[in-house]
Write a protein that binds this ligand. Structure first.
Ligand SMILES: Nc1ncnc2c1ncn2[C@@H]1O[C@H](COP(=O)(O)OP(=O)(O)OP(=O)(O)O)[C@@H](O)[C@H]1O
Length: 596
């Protein structure tokens, strides 16, 4: 069974296939010399394969029939020599083709990853992570089989069929007509096999997927299954899935069991026909025995490649479909691009949000409407409001993760759309609720903010937050691997690392999404102190989940249902009769009192 299949919607038409191939050919520049070499080797190998039967003919007609021992020796010697050349050329062509193919895939993986790293947030909102991952796995895999062996076999099969046909026609077109009799059956059977095996393989793939997801669910839910005594029920359901998978596999076996013997039979039939007709032509003296032997031996050079092609066809199609999807991904534009005439943001300035409206997608309702807000240099603004009100969205616009649908966000008078990406990232840093930790040490993780920072600078950043001692006290200090078993960092420590990154980046503006996870009182105090230190001297927009944070801010903005409904100092807003903040604050203090 060919290890590839292509679904109906992925099947490329001739135009799309042509486009994909031309594009792939354009990126083959660095491999051009090797490709020519591969082609040369391929042709040489095919000629070696074809030469065998001709040498046999020479041996029979000139050596055996004419009783010329010298001619026979020559034929046998040449046969062995050609076989040896074929042996080495075959090895060389496999290596060279793989070098080209694997090199192409390596470049492709790099290009796709590079592009993925540059694509902005809207792309990741649209695309499911699973789909993106499958670009790098199954789409690349579908080409992997192709570049390793498939492509070589595909091209060499076609070449072998064409060259054999031409040479046989030149040798004896009458006998070629005889060979051609079973060919329509072989071709029809091959087309049908290709179609059926593709379908069968798709079914197998689907059922493997279903079985695996059942397995995964069973394993993750094993406690619940056991708690409710559902072992037998689950086992029966699994057995049912497994049976459908077995049937799918058997179906593909039946297809092969039908096709392969048909081709064998056609080959045997063709041999019989050649001997039958060719033999008579020999008796009539219009053909030599050697020519009949040549035809018999050449039959495998026709039938084998046809059979291979029918199996490779799916592989080539699925490789083409994979390549097309990868190109589509590479063609995805960055949604938040750097303007061609971008300017660096000034060193300092106020953040101005003017008439901003925003929808995540054109088909979705806006989540922000008519927001006007100015945050002065060095000011600390807290955003509060119910869940889903739009606070994080507003913060993301200030960091230009997205561009507003209406209105503008500017820093120091420069619209963020016109700012260079570098200056934007230098001036404005975001500390998310849960900073992601990469594989590596604490030091590496802080350095994410600025790859070229020295050890001293990393330490200074931790010092600035007053947390260096805490990390240095770990058995391996700053060299502690954050993901290693047993030395995983606590939630509070992760937050500290995330803040240390921002301290190292040393931005003018800090956008901070306060963590909601509750920490033990000791760590909480350390984190709060670090936050205070980080905000010191910076313009800060903090999404406050604890109203104590809001109370400490210079001003508080209340976001509700996408609008900025109140804006003022904590005291001013508390004094507002019937105000939203006043109500939120009352509820919050009551909640605190209840849990105290
Ligand atoms: N990537 C996204 N794509 C589509 N809709 C989104 C996306 N992110 C958020 N939303 C929607 O936008 C609205 C505002 O979300 P946002 O995260 O800004 O609220 P929030 O006030 O920060 O809430 P929370 O306090 O729970 O974080 C919500 O209705 C949310 O479902």
């Amino acid at each position: 069974m060919p290890g590839a299949a292509v679904t109906e919607e992925d099947r490329l038409d001739a135009k799309a296939a042509g486009q994909v191939m031309r594009r792939a050919a354009r990126t083959m520049g660095p491999y051009r010399a090797r490709l020519w070499l591969a082609l040369g080797l391929l042709v040489t190998f095919t000629l070696c394969t074809i030469a065998g039967p001709y040498l046999v003919r020479y041996g029979i007609d000139h050596g055996i029939r004419d009783g010329d021992g010298g001619a026979l020796d020559l034929a046998v010697g040449a046969y062995v020599a050609v076989a040896m050349v074929g042996f080495f050329v075959n090895r060389a062509q496999i290596v060279v083709i793989s070098q080209v193919g694997e090199g192409f895939l390596r470049d492709m993986r790099n290009r796709v990853f590079d592009h993925l790293m540059r694509l902005s947030m809207p792309f990741y909102d649209r695309e499911k992570a699973g789909v993106v991952v499958s670009r790098m796995t199954s789409d690349i895999d579908s080409m992997q089989e192709l570049v390793q062996q498939g492509l070589l076999q595909f091209v060499s099969s076609i070449l072998l069929i064409v060259l054999t046909l031409v040479l046989l026609a030149l040798t004896s077109w009458e006998l070629l007509l005889v060979v051609a009799i079973p060919m329509p059956f072989v071709i029809l059977a091959s087309i049908r096999f290709q179609r059926d095996s593709n379908q069968a393989y798709l079914t197998v793939r689907d059922r493997i997927g279903l079985m695996l997801s059942h397995l995964q669910e069973g394993l993750s839910g094993v406690r619940v299954i056991q708690a409710y005594g559902r072992e037998t029920v689950e086992t029966d359901r699994f057995a049912h899935r497994n049976k459908t998978l077995y049937r799918a596999h058997m179906r593909s076996v039946w297809i092969q069991a039908w096709y392969l013997p048909v081709i064998e039979l056609a080959g045997t039939g063709a041999t019989a026909l050649v001997v039958f007709v060719g033999g008579r032509l020999v008796i009539e003296d219009s053909l030599t025995v050697g020519t009949v032997a040549l035809f018999v031996l050449s039959l495998s050079n026709l039938f084998d490649p046809v059979q291979q092609l029918s199996q490779l066809f799916n592989q080539v199609q699925s490789g083409g479909a994979g390549l097309k999807k990868l190109y589509e991904l590479l063609d995805t534009d960055v949604d938040v691009p750097e303007a061609p005439d971008a300017v660096a943001l000034p060193a300092a300035g106020a953040i101005a949000v003017a008439g901003v409206g925003f929808a995540y997608r054109p088909d979705l309702d806006p989540v922000l409407r008519d927001v006007d807000l100015t945050v002065a240099t060095g000011e600390r603004l807290a955003l509060v409001g119910p869940t889903g009100a739009g606070k994080s969205t507003l913060a993301k616009l200030v960091a230009r993760y997205y561009d507003p649908t209406d209105g503008t966000v500017s820093f120091g008078g420069v619209d963020l759309r016109r700012a260079t990406s570098d200056s934007l990232r230098q001036r404005i840093a975001v500390v998310p609720q849960e900073g992601f930790l990469f594989n590596g040490t604490i030091r590496d993780n802080v350095r994410v903010a600025r790859a070229e920072a020295s050890d001293e600078e990393v330490e200074a950043a931790l010092d600035a937050l007053g947390v260096r001692d805490r990390f240095e006290a770990l058995p391996e200090g700053l060299e502690t691997e954050v993901r290693e078993r047993g030395s995983r960092l606590s939630a509070g420590e992760k937050q500290l690392v995330s803040m240390a990154r921002a301290a190292l980046a040393d931005p003018t503006v800090l956008v901070l999404d306060e963590a909601t996870s509750s920490l033990d009182p000791g760590t909480e105090a350390v984190v709060e102190d670090a936050v205070e230190r980080l905000m010191e001297g910076r313009t800060t927009i903090v999404i406050a989940h604890r109203l104590s944070t809001a109370a400490r801010a210079d001003r508080v903005g209340v976001v509700d249902d996408g609008r900025l409904v109140e804006l003022g100092s904590h005291d001013e807003l508390l004094a507002l009769e019937g105000g939203r903040y006043r109500a939120l604050y009352a509820a919050w203090t009551a909640g605190l009192a209840a849990t105290a």
